[in-house]
Design a protein around this ligand. Structure first.
Ligand SMILES: *Cc1c(COP(=O)(O)O)cnc(C)c1O
Length: 373
């Protein structure tokens, strides 16, 4: 009997670069400086250079990264923010954290990302009772760019800020540009299972706007511009030196890891034919998740589990149907219909860069096998 192939495996990401990571950790430990220091500054500079923005500001996690971006754009009580329901709950939680009101747009069911046509409709005719929409947060989901061209054009036409949630798409491109370079500001989670993952919590905000970056850097530490003097009310959302040192190592391997994810995806594709995940034209997918639709999902997951293949669901319940949000979150005119169907059918296959060719082949043959039973 062979070992279970997990759906995600952050431990393998550590072991693949263990000597380098251990050395980085020792360097940070011995430095005597543990929060917002030289490692953090170096990581921010290296991340900004890799992404292609002039500024990047580390913070405690991807949810805070969104909340800091919203606050720095003066989005708060009395403002609405358009986002999607087919996402990690964090996207919507961050909007409410700053006191703003979410309005959730349906997805394009082929690419699982925000429908720009419905977004345009909502911006032109805001749902009754909703405060004015001041920002739009499309999510580049599963490793693939949202329709950022169309979404960006709609935001520009209505004068609302575009905040890209890139937490699942570190390195994905659209029209030859990395996601995270299209909006006013972009946010990334650095949670261990993300394409760029710390060995603990982390997040980063990227922008080409120096004033915005400075404001975010203040807000993440009590609103300080100078030590001990709060210019405005801030929070504590700092990235620590250990995580920054680890992330510098991981960043150097990110492009190779994303290429490996694509190679794994290409092999899975052969088991699905026309049912393989759709790639947006003129874009590079980085396969944070390899997601297929399976109408008899529970049975398929059980069949794969019996063949030692782990699967996941991202996400089983759309945000607007979760108990904390049910019945009280504004939806666009499409009522998130495509979102609800997707949530009932999507299934994520094992996807982590250190999978061996033998692991990938085992998953592929399990897929072919399980569908004949
Ligand atoms: C992971 C994730 C977040 C939140 O990140 P945390 O670091 O867990 O706070 C936000 N948005 C999306 C799309 C995510 O996948």
């Amino acid at each position: 009997m062979s070992a279970m192939i997990p759906q995600a495996n952050p431990g393998a990401g550590y072991r693949a670069h263990q000597a380098e990571i251990d050395a980085a950790v020792m360097r940070a430990l011995r430095s005597g400086w543990y929060v917002l220091g030289a490692e953090g500054r170096a990581f921010e500079a290296e991340f900004a250079r890799w992404l292609g923005t002039t500024h990047a500001v580390g913070c405690a996690n991807g949810t805070d990264a969104l909340a800091l971006a919203l606050r720095a754009l003066d989005v708060g009580p009395g403002c609405a923010v358009a986002a999607v329901s087919h996402t990690a709950v964090a996207t919507v939680a961050a909007i409410e954290m700053v006191g703003a009101t979410p309005v959730l747009i349906d997805i394009d069911p082929v690419h699982y990302t925000m429908d720009p046509v419905e977004l345009a409709e909502v911006l032109a005719h805001s749902p009754p009772g909703l405060p004015p929409i001041r920002a739009v947060i499309p999510v580049h989901l599963y490793g693939q760019a949202a329709n950022i061209d169309a979404i960006g054009a709609v935001c520009a036409a209505h004068g609302v800020a575009l905040i890209e949630d890139c937490s699942q798409a570190h390195g994905a491109t659209f029209a030859g540009r990395k996601v995270g370079t299209f909006g006013r500001v972009a946010t990334f989670s650095l949670y261990p299972t993300k394409n760029l993952g710390a060995l603990g919590d982390g997040g980063i905000v990227a922008t080409d706007d120096a004033d915005l970056a400075a404001r975010i850097a203040g807000l993440r530490q009590y609103g300080w511009r100078t030590h001990y003097i709060s210019d405005e009310v801030g929070v504590n959302s700092r990235l620590d030196e250990l995580q920054a040192a680890i992330l510098r190592v991981k960043l150097a391997h990110l492009d190779a890891d994303n290429a490996r994810r694509n190679a794994i995806a290409a092999i899975y594709d052969t088991a699905f034919g026309a049912r393989a995940p759709a790639r947006r034209a003129d874009a590079m997918h980085v396969f944070h998740q390899y997601v297929v639709r399976v109408p008899d999902r529970a049975a398929e997951q059980a069949r794969l589990r019996a063949l030692d293949v782990g699967t996941g669901i991202h996400y089983p319940v759309p945000v607007h149907l979760q108990p904390a949000y049910l019945g009280r979150v504004a939806l666009g005119p499409a009522r998130c219909t495509a979102t609800e169907i997707a949530a009932s059918e999507v299934m994520s296959l094992p996807m982590w860069p250190q999978m061996s060719d033998a692991d990938v082949e085992r998953v592929r043959s399990a897929l072919l096998h399980s569908r004949t039973t």
